[in-house]
Design a protein around this ligand. Structure first.
Ligand code: ZN
Length: 132
């Protein structure tokens, strides 16, 4: 396993030293941050993105933080789905806790997350103000 500094460098290079959320591409006083989509996970290139310091400071720091955010928030849907891919059990328990054990709320959360992801990929029309 390469050193974290090396992995971070590769991720920044892959993303052209550009914030993947707001598009800020420098010049950088200090290097842009590497954000892990799964809070607290190992640095895995496919689960990390380059973010400017400002955008990074708004991202969730723990799995509980993720579920406190609205699924419509940028990036959260992707984070959510990646959580499922990595550790379904942990994601399920965190979601259950967030929704107070309500299956109805959980289904709604998953529905919104999937809808958001499809819209971002352009596979589904964006919502209009009235369809929300
Ligand atoms: Zn940014």
């Amino acid at each position: 396993m390469p050193h974290v500094t090396t992995i971070k460098k590769r991720i920044r290079e892959r993303d052209n030293y550009t914030c993947q959320k707001c598009g800020n591409d420098g010049p950088w006083v200090r290097l842009p941050d590497v954000h892990r989509l799964i809070p607290g996970s190992y640095y895995r290139p496919h689960l990390c993105v380059t973010l400017c310091n400002k955008c990074h400071s708004k991202m969730p720091r723990t799995i509980d933080d993720v579920f406190r955010m609205e699924p419509e928030d940028a990036g959260v849907a992707v984070t959510f789905l990646n959580l499922f891919l990595l550790d379904e059990r942990e994601a399920f328990e965190a979601l259950k806790k967030h929704c107070g054990g309500s299956g109805r709320k959980m289904r709604r959360f998953v529905y919104l997350a999937l809808r958001d992801r499809l819209q971002r990929k352009g596979a589904m029309p964006k919502p209009t103000a009235s369809s929300k």
